[in-house]
Ligand binder design. Structure first.
Ligand code: NAD
Length: 507
């Protein structure tokens, strides 16, 4: 079947508005491909602003009733949702695998990390408790309320089709907001299933809505007058654009961007353990994780032995379709992205880095049209090279050599990104110093991918996050609520004392 005929026969993903499937009114569509085969598997609507408005109006209409629903009742719906997500975990992982390409075990793990946010969100009655102070003045008490904002929007990237949306809407909805989600147009099906399951769990219609699209849809969300807050996760240039555009139209924004995560390896580290950890962190999910390690800073004489071990392990990695048993690394998400990543390998060679292991030219039998690229390792990388500077977002690991921990810390702190980092060492003093001085939001000590659990918060520093508050955990409760402080006076006897023209000081 030629590609055109294939596109005409595949299923079109619907929108999800007011608890029901709906068709877009526009005429533009995108293709959703299976990266392991290259085949177009679905069509996704690229919605115009009018469809975004329909979803926002549904969310706006649902807000007063949802806001008034006692948090404990909201929590019970989330508890049922958690159960349903768990029951459908395999199906969700299959969709993640089919549209993103990551292996089934990896996809299953990512769904699990999303479910854990729902688990955390079930604690919302406790999380939104305010504070109370008796007698802030004579007969005067104060208490604070954490109230929902209204309609919130989420815009998510391709690399975690289930987990990243689950970082956002369960927390927003638990806090009493209603939500419009626009998942990545490359991987739209997982969100569709998750929206249906939320309805099955008892979520009232209109509380969660799903739209699809590209820049046109995103711009309509960023400027819509009825949206109060925007959560974004994606690449740095778009995160910055989203932050500036949504803030300009008066919205609260958290916009998480890209990354270039460094692992610092000291000579006293267990190099076998470290090499295993780094191969998983660099090549897991084909390097398409915002917490992937893409740079190793080898300190002192750690480099030679470490690189030899990483090379040996990387060369032995089974690469293939992620739904085949035993495969450890799948394809990249699209042909365009695979070719872009491969062009960085060409650039690294031209710029003079030492190519230790070359993933170009990898052939996966029976999958000639899949978007594969094998694990690639560069040594002797310099900070001026494009393979060091740019986020490649693929299975390409760069190794830099430095003499001291001071130099390593300096390199990490000079990076414009600050998402994740890790140190490998047996020295508690070195680890403690690293933890204290490093300018990065999430730090691992002998832990290569330090993604915080749902009861902490996730977020980077510098160009990896525009905004103030991280996603999930307590910080997201602050993001999705606004505080009101009530000061009240109740007296037995209402003494008449005349008007006071001075600033009240209560005490
Ligand atoms: P992306 O920035 O291309 O797309 C993210 C979202 O923005 C998508 O929904 C997309 O439709 C939309 N978008 C794309 N171009 C746009 C434009 N010009 N105007 C408005 N909206 C636009 O990112 P991606 O390629 O889907 O995902 C990979 C990136 O996401 C990497 O940079 C990765 O580091 C980053 N990421 C960051 C985190 C984090 O927590 N910091 C987590 C996951 C992924």
């Amino acid at each position: 079947m030629n590609k055109r005929a294939n596109i005409d026969t595949v299923q079109t993903i619907p929108l999800w508005i007011n608890g029901a499937e709906q068709a877009q009114t526009g005429a533009r569509y995108g293709e959703v491909t299976n990266p392991a085969t290259g085949a177009v598997v679905r069509k996704v609507p690229l919605c115009p602003a009018s469809d975004i408005d329909r979803a926002v109006q549904a969310a706006k209409a649902a807000f007063p009733e949802w806001r008034a629903t006692p948090p404990v009742r909201r929590a019970r719906i989330l508890m049922r949702y958690r159960e349903l997500l768990e029951q459908h975990q395999a199906e969700l992982a299959q969709l993640v695998n089919e549209e993103h390409g990551k292996t089934l075990p990896d996809a299953t793990g990512s769904v699990q990390r999303g479910i854990e946010v729902v688990e955390f969100a079930t604690g919302v009655p406790h999380l939104i408790k305010g504070e109370h102070s008796e007698d802030v003045g004579r007969g005067v008490d104060s208490h604070s309320l954490m109230q929902p904002l209204g309609v919130c929007a989420g815009i998510t990237p391709f690399n975690f089709p289930a987990m990243v949306p689950l970082w956002m809407y369960p927390m927003a909805i638990a806090c009493g907001n209603t939500f419009v989600l626009k998942p990545s147009e490359k991987v739209p099906s997982t969100s569709m299933l998750m929206a249906r399951l939320f309805k099955e769990a008892g979520l009232p219609d209109g509380v969660l809505n799903l739209v699809h699209g590209d820049k046109e849809a995103v711009d309509a969300l960023l400027t819509h007058p009825d949206i109060k807050a925007v959560s974004f996760v994606g690449s740095t240039p778009i995160a910055k654009y989203v932050y500036e555009t949504a803030a300009k139209s008066g919205k609260r924004v958290q916009a998480l961007g890209g990354a270039k995560n460094h692992a610092v390896v000291l000579p006293d580290a267990d190099l076998e353990f470290t090499a295993d950890a780094l191969v998983g962190a660099a090549f897991g999910s084909a390097g398409e994780r915002c917490m992937a390690i893409s740079v190793v800073v080898a300190v002192g004489d750690a480099g030679d032995e470490l690189i030899a071990k990483i090379k040996q392990k990387a060369a032995a990695l089974p690469v293939g379709p992620g739904n085949r048993k035993g495969v450890e690394m799948g394809p990249l998400v699209s042909k365009v992205h695979r070719d872009r990543v491969a062009s960085y390998v060409d650039a690294g060679v031209k710029e003079g880095a030492t190519l230790v292991h070359d993933g170009r030219g990898l052939v996966v039998e029976g999958h000639a049209s899949g978007f594969f690229l094998g694990p690639t390792i560069f040594d002797q990388v310099q900070t001026g090279m494009s393979i060091y500077r740019d986020e490649i977002f693929g299975p390409v690991l760069s190794v830099l050599r430095v003499a001291t921990l001071d130099e390593a810390i300096d390199i990490v702190n000079r990076s414009p990104y600050g998402n994740g980092t890790a140190i490998f060492t047996r020295s508690g003093a070195a680890a403690r110093r690293f933890e204290n001085e490093i300018e990065v939001g999430m730090v691992g000590v002998n832990v290569p991918i330090p993604v915080p659990m749902a009861f902490f918060s996730f977020g980077g520093w510098k160009n990896s996050l525009f905004g103030d508050l991280h996603v999930y955990g307590r910080e997201s409760v602050m993001f999705y609520t606004r505080t009101k402080v009530v000061t009240s006076r109740w007296l037995d006897k209402w003494a008449v004392s005349g008007s006071s023209m001075v600033m009240p000081t209560h005490g």
